[in-house]
Design a binder for this molecule. Structure first.
Ligand SMILES: Cc1cc2nc3c(=O)[nH]c(=O)nc-3n(C[C@H](O)[C@H](O)[C@H](O)COP(=O)(O)OP(=O)(O)OC[C@H]3O[C@@H](n4cnc5c(N)ncnc54)[C@H](O)[C@@H]3O)c2cc1C
Ligand SMILES: *[C@@H]1O[C@H](CO)[C@@H](O)[C@H](O)[C@H]1NC(C)=O
Ligand SMILES: *[C@@H]1O[C@H](CO)[C@@H](O)[C@H](O)[C@H]1NC(C)=O
Ligand SMILES: *[C@@H]1O[C@H](CO)[C@@H](O)[C@H](O)[C@H]1NC(C)=O
Ligand SMILES: *[C@@H]1O[C@H](CO)[C@@H](O)[C@H](O)[C@H]1NC(C)=O
Length: 624
């Protein structure tokens, strides 16, 4: 019955979208957003979806948060019909917009984003209002995998070997690769026989079928500059590659689509509730055993019990927040906010992230062949809605290629990259300043001076994002009061360590060098050289100019990790052990990206699936 309602609703929405796009001839996406009212759609779908909580109900497992790790756990644990599972999600259910990969940035302006921001940064985020970098996070069934850029990237072999070397038994590359494979359904040209890819798992990984001339030229150019072609999820990361994406036939394939939708109405032992906030974990202060959670559903508090385990999969900001609200955290912070201490642990004391430089941007002499939302018309939207995976709407927010490489300052082994170039068909101007700029809190004056000229001329252009994998700058997060509905305070301390700026500078220089190759010059590639407001005192293109630019166009790729760091109990920087059990607390695990102990050589979404798969196996091992 529910399934039927869902399909009927989706059909009506599809029809509405077709009508809306036929009517609208300009700024279609904004128009679409208004017509469909993403919030309303969310509300209706989630009402259909909910297994409302009952006071003092009990389940074998309670999973808090439906991000990649939480969705994997919900699916895998409910495979056993003897176990009951309750999956609790603060956000709603995905709608039509989540499925359109090109609109990734727009989702940050919806209810599907928690809307966190950093504290004002002293050494970064100068291009943002109040020096505050925005820190989006998914708040929807699917979590951040429902609003992210869909890049599929696992990490370097050495990343996991280092986790294991730090005392985390079972987490070496050889031991985690099977879990990456277990989740993957690859459809990648030329990699059909690769031992590094599986074709039959739940999560789709495919080539992006919409590609611009810039990315083809870029990959040729990168090779001319000495970067080999590679499968960055294969034998060696070093080199350049078309991006591998979590899309299925050109539509976003989130954790919800991959792990929940296929089983939603098949398993009676899996209950799901959306638009519901867990406010703390119930922990017996004497036995130190987690017994359930307190949650708020439609303005009313409930307690729900866990017979076997409570599992926090609330993400890198909310899992630590929930631990602290439940009395598990640093003594000084808990005392300051008046939460009785159940167990003193360094929750939130460490926070690594991957900062980028948004740029440089380059113009090319093609005409209307690169990504620009202004080129979107109703024919294209209709074609996408009817299933065509090759339209501009299937571009994953413009991301086309990734290049992993080393810079002269590197102290890492030869097979361990320090930096990544992310090739993007467009810039802040590609959406006319409507989404990316707002999503990242960029100042109008910066947009108007540097990017508006590109918006006006509509000249084809592309950008690089230059990302550093292993920053020395380390941040932290904490709670400033005990209200579970308030945001945690997050200070990533970007670029506090000057060495990180040097790595970024060397990365930018390498990207520029690639644009000077014959393949890239054949497109008439020319650097967009309007100096940034605040950096005009330096000559454009000098090292000091770039240093200023790095601190101004600071743009995080949202790979926050280590806030509930994994490691042996003897290591005072850690919160969970190698089985992801919270030190000193029984029947409580943290399973998400917050446990990742070091900044990885990768984007973090794939790892979250792997962590969920591995945790499900460990939990099965404990209870079966
Ligand atoms: C804009 C953006 C783009 C990104 N692009 C990429 C990319 O292209 N590739 C990549 O690999 N990585 C990307 N990332 C990072 C990646 O998506 C995340 O690291 C990953 O999805 C996090 O997964 P998770 O399981 O740790 O938690 P999350 O996905 O954050 O899930 C946590 C879930 O818990 C819910 N929750 C939190 N608190 C509560 C509570 N109190 N009660 C109930 N529910 C709660 C949240 O609503 C959320 O649904 C991106 C991130 C962002 C923000
Ligand atoms: C709630 O459930 C627990 C365990 O399932 C039980 O011990 C307790 O008596 C119940 N309390 C109420 C008020 O129903
Ligand atoms: C479920 O319980 C039944 C009866 O106790 C048992 O025979 C069966 O093996 C269990 N299934 C699993 C998957 O553990
Ligand atoms: C591929 O995925 C399926 C489904 O998860 C799994 O059963 C199989 O073992 C995986 N294959 C490999 C090679 O890991
Ligand atoms: C819509 O856009 C596509 C792709 O850019 C183009 O081929 C087509 O001619 C456009 N159609 C209209 C009606 O403008």
């Amino acid at each position: 019955m529910h399934e039927l309602c869902n399909w009927l609703l989706r059909f009506l929405i599809l029809a509405a979208a077709l009508v809306a796009t036929s009517c609208a001839q300009s700024s279609q996406t904004q128009h679409l957003q208004q017509v469909l009212g993403i919030g309303l759609e969310n509300l209706i779908l989630s009402t259909l979806y909910n297994d409302a909580p009952r006071q003092n109900a009990s389940y074998d497992f309670i999973i808090v948060g439906a991000g990649p790790a939480g969705c994997v756990l919900a699916n895998r644990l409910s495979e056993n019909p003897n176990w009951t599972v309750y999956l609790i999600e603060a956000g709603g259910v995905e709608g039509m917009f989540h499925q359109m990969p090109v609109l990734a940035a727009y989702l940050q302006g919806t209810h599907s984003n928690w809307g966190y921001k950093s504290t004002p940064q002293k050494r970064a985020c100068f291009g943002m209002y109040n020096n505050e970098c925005f820190l989006p996070r998914g708040k929807v069934l699917g979590g951040t995998s429902s609003i992210n850029y869909m890049i599929y990237n696992r990490g370097n072999k050495r990343d996991f070997d280092r986790w294991a070397a730090a005392g985390n038994k079972g987490w070496s590359y050889a031991e985690v690769l099977p879990y990456f494979l277990k989740s993957e359904a690859a459809n990648l040209a030329g990699l059909e026989d690769s031992p590094y890819h599986n074709r039959t798992g739940p999560l789709s990984v495919e080539d992006v079928q919409y590609r611009t001339p810039a990315v083809h030229a870029y990959l040729k150019g990168a090779q001319q500059a000495g970067h080999p072609r590679t499968d960055y999820n294969g034998e060696s990361q070093i080199g350049a590659s078309y991006v591998q994406a979590n899309t299925l036939r050109g539509r976003r394939h989130s954790a919800y689509r991959a792990y929940i939708e296929p089983i939603r109405y098949q398993r009676k032992n899996l209950h799901i509730v959306t638009m519901t906030r867990v406010t703390r974990v119930l922990i017996d202060p004497v036995t130190k055993r987690a017994t359930g959670v307190e949650l708020m559903y439609r303005n009313k508090y409930y307690k729900v019990r866990a017979r076997k385990e409570v599992i926090l999969s609330a993400g890198a900001f909310n899992s630590p927040q929930l631990l602290m609200l439940s009395g598990v955290g640093p003594a000084d912070n808990l005392k300051a906010i008046g939460v009785p201490i159940v167990k003193e642990l360094p929750v939130g004391k460490l926070l690594y992230d991957h900062m980028c430089h948004f740029g440089p941007t380059f113009t090319v002499n093609t005409d209307r062949q690169l990504l620009n939302i202004a080129h979107l018309n109703s024919t294209v939207v209709k074609s996408f809605l009817l299933g065509n995976p090759t339209t501009m709407l299937s571009s994953i927010g413009g991301v086309e290629a990734l290049t992993f490489f080393k810079v002269p300052s590197s102290k890492e082994p030869a097979d361990m990259p320090d930096m990544e170039i992310i090739t993007v068909a467009g810039s802040l101007a590609a959406d006319q300043g409507t989404a990316l700029k707002q999503g990242a809190n960029f100042k109008d004056e910066l947009y108007d001076k540097v990017y508006r000229p590109l918006q006006v001329s509509r000249q084809d252009h592309f950008s690089f994002l230059i990302m550093q994998f292993h920053p020395k700058s380390v941040g932290r997060m904490w709670l400033h009061n005990r209200n579970p509905f308030e945001w945690p305070r997050i200070n990533p301390k970007y670029f506090r360590n000057e060495d990180d700026v040097q790595f970024m500078l060397e990365g930018i220089k390498e990207a520029i060098r690639i644009t000077q190759t014959p393949a890239m010059q054949a497109l008439g590639t020319r650097i967009h050289d309007i100096p940034l407001p605040g950096c005009e005192q330096h000559n454009f293109g000098t090292d000091d100019y770039w240093r200023c630019s790095i601190r101004t166009l600071s743009y995080t790729l949202h790979h926050q990790v280590a806030t509930c760091r994994m490691g042996p109990e003897s290591d005072p920087s850690t919160v969970v052990n190698a089985e992801l059990k919270v030190h000193g607390i029984k029947h409580l695990r943290v399973v998400d990206t917050s446990i990742i102990p070091f900044p990885p050589t990768a984007h973090t979404n794939a790892a979250s699936y792997m962590i969920g798969e591995k945790a499900a196996d460990m939990i099965r091992g404990d209870w079966q």
